[in-house]
Design a protein. Structure first.
Length: 661
């Protein structure tokens, strides 16, 4: 059988819609599938949705829907989102699929047959958001989940346990024998030390709710959502014509769920009788994204809603940015400015421009064809360019093999940079002036076209549509992975002379400074009326704006007219239909009690983040009427664009009502 490549993403919880974090994993998986496909591997790319469990059940209830109707609706959003980001999964599995439910029940039964599932009682602190029990020592402030920073709940129920402890030694042996099982390396140490500390048996069923896969022979129990969910990777292929893809070659997961995938998951499989070589080959944990340096809380999400980004910036451009900007195993930051900067400098000004510079010579002097190379004109520069491109293509291939797409793409761009340099040095505009040098001109343009062809392959995993458009202009067909056919650029000179080229529109949009301001305004700077933010445009990286620009000096007496007080937020809530506003009660130590303040900070802060915070309040501002009975009795000080505002606070706590001066 041909060499296969089975890549998976986590299946996403349907209590959320696709966001940049889930898009990131999916894009990375898609890019790996494409790249391995170009190398001739038979690929299979699986994604899907995780639809059972208490968290989903509660989300459905909150929406006034049955769980089934709710999961159908949200799962469809995931399925429809990925193609819009040019992701092409071969299969989309749902944990509510009959094929999956049957497979999980089979796996369960195999674990029972191995004597690894037994009945007992389970009680402890449970985080519904994680769907996980916590030991008291791992909680924050005694009762708060360390991941979600929300209160855990005490739960007691009869449960089936999985004998996880039994697999501790075999897991350690697995990590030792197969270091690539947990990647990147730093993460492996984390998993190792966790397992070495000792594994406790795992509660794998629940009786307190019914939205899950029934335990075979004991339908009062539904399976623990992670036992259910992890099995998806198996249920998508087991007993089907795709069974030969088992085991997964690459399981991409966020670092938050690495333990589930590198401890529980292989242990379940071991229990079910899978030999070590039948276990997944590599679980790779990628880092977490922040947005303009901030944690990607729900309030920030809408400015990086992936489909909106794709519409305005281009799906390929967003894919490229994420893969190029962030080293896969590390945390990274998304910013619209950086997205624009990379699109502009690396894609438009380097790759797009190279095509744009070379094509007119083919149109004007070379009969709209790929010219032939005249060996008489192949000199040092040509030889150097060829060697450079071959080396960079090989380096890019190796970078993909070692899970470093950012380096692979850097190599691809370097091909275009080198070729732009070659183009400048060879100055075809001078050669073209002399009709006697036509074959020399052809030789130079051939070198540029061939190197663009190489770029079109190297960049294709990240930019499939743009690369196919580039290829179309070079007279080449779209790339299509073919089993056993390695299409990765090897030896120089694959482009055939005589091929008709087909000049077309610029590959990448030219984002002017005006466009940039527009885009940033749309995505980053939204005017906030009730907080004192700078009303200047968002500063670009190159030109930070002085904060005080345009403001005249005032007398100290004028400043003293502003009554700034320290207030403490007692409560905070969202206001229906007002996305940007929060209603706060803020204690200024006044006899009349806390004041109501309406603040335009909802894009940057969730209400619960504010309660208890000490903030600076303009206390003597005339009340402002927001309509519908909403009157604000003061203003909070804050700084920054609306979706990443930072509130002005004090360095150490002070009594409420203290004057700020
Ligand atoms: N349903 C489980 C996974 C079960 S797999 C058998 C789950 N789902 S999730 O919807 O919460 O999505 C988790 C994945 O989304 C993370 O592992 C990670 O891949 C991705 N991300 C979510 N937020 C993220 C960031 N802020 N940054 C990067 N990726 C993040 O966990």
């Amino acid at each position: 059988m041909s060499e296969k490549f089975y890549v998976t993403t986590p299946i996403y919880y349907v209590n959320d819609v696709p966001h940049l974090g889930t898009a990131y994993t999916t894009i990375a998986a898609d890019a790996f599938a494409r790249q391995r496909g170009l190398r001739g591997r038979m690929t299979r790319f699986l994604t899907g949705t995780d639809e059972h469990g208490l968290k989903i059940d509660r989300s459905a209830t909150e929406r006034g829907m049955t769980p089934k109707a709710f999961v159908d609706e949200v799962s469809a959003k995931f399925r429809e989102a990925w193609p819009k980001l040019h992701c092409e999964p071969d299969d989309f599995i749902r944990t509510t699929d009959a094929r999956h439910i049957a497979a999980v029940q089979r796996l369960w039964t195999r674990c029972v047959d191995a004597g690894d599932i037994y009945k007992g009682d389970h009680e402890g602190w449970y985080c519904v958001a994680c769907e996980q029990f916590y030991l008291e020592k791992d909680l924050v402030d005694a009762k708060v989940c360390p991941t979600h920073k929300r209160e855990v709940e005490w739960m007691k129920e009869p449960t089936y346990f999985f004998r996880l402890s039994k697999y501790q030694d075999r897991l350690l042996a697995l990590y030792a024998a197969r270091p690539e099982f947990v990647l990147p390396e730093g993460r492996r140490n984390e998993v190792l030390s966790f397992v070495r500390e000792g594994l406790r048996d795992l509660s794998v069923s629940r009786t307190s709710f019914a939205w899950g896969v029934p335990v075979p022979g004991d339908p009062a129990h539904v399976m623990y959502v992670w036992f259910d969910a992890l099995t998806n990777y198996l249920s998508a292929v087991e007993g089907t014509e795709n069974e030969g893809f088992w085991p997964p070659d690459l399981q991409l997961v966020g670092k938050d769920i690495l333990r589930f995938h590198t401890i529980y998951w292989p242990a379940f499989l071991m229990s079910a009788g899978f030999a070590d070589e039948q276990l997944p080959r590599s679980v790779f944990a990628h880092g977490f994204l922040t947005i303009n340096g901030q944690k990607m809380g729900k309030s920030l999400r809408n400015t990086v809603e992936p489909l909106r980004l794709a519409e305005r910036f281009g799906a390929d451009e967003v894919r490229y940015f994420l893969l190029r900007e962030i080293a896969l195993g590390q945390d990274g930051d998304f910013s619209h400015r950086k997205l624009i900067a990379r699109t502009r400098s690396e894609l438009a000004a380097t790759v797009g421009n190279l095509l744009h510079r070379a094509m007119p010579f083919a149109t004007k002097y070379l009969d709209e064809r790929v010219p032939a190379v005249d060996e008489a004109h192949v000199g040092e520069r040509e030889r150097a360019l060829r060697a450079k491109c071959e080396t960079l293509a090989a380096d890019a291939g190796r970078a993909w093999d070692s899970f470093e797409p950012h380096r692979a793409l850097e190599c691809a761009i370097q091909v275009a940079i080198e070729t732009n340099g070659y183009f400048d040095a060879r100055a075809p505009w001078t050669i073209a002036k002399d009709p006697a040098r036509l074959s020399e001109l052809g030789t130079v343009i051939y070198h540029v076209f061939e190197s663009l062809r190489i770029c079109s392959v190297l960049l294709w995993p990240a930019l499939p549509t743009k690369c196919d458009a580039l290829r179309a202009q070079l007279g080449l067909s779209p790339l299509q992975p073919a089993v056993d056919q390695d299409q990765w650029p090897g030896a120089w000179g694959q482009l055939l002379a005589g091929t008709a080229v087909s000049p077309g529109a610029p590959l990448f949009r030219n984002i002017t400074r005006e466009d940039e301001q527009e885009l940033l305004k749309e995505f980053v700077v939204e005017s906030v009326e009730t907080v004192a933010v700078s009303k200047t445009e968002a500063p670009t990286e190159a030109s930070p704006q002085p904060v005080t620009e345009g403001l005249a000096n005032i007398a100290f007496a004028d400043f003293e007219k502003v009554d700034l007080r320290l207030g403490q937020v007692r409560s905070a809530e969202k206001i229906p239909k007002k996305d940007k506003l929060l209603k706060l009660t803020v204690d200024l130590g006044e006899e009349s009690g806390p004041r109501t303040i309406i603040a335009g900070i909802a894009m940057a802060y969730a209400p619960e983040q504010l309660v208890g915070k000490q903030l600076v309040v303009v206390a003597n501002l005339a009340p402002r009427d927001f309509g519908k009975g909403l009157i604000s009795h003061g203003m909070l000080l804050a700084c920054g664009p609306s979706e990443s505002l930072s509130m002005v606070t004090l360095e150490k706590p002070m009594p409420v009502g203290t004057r700020v001066k």
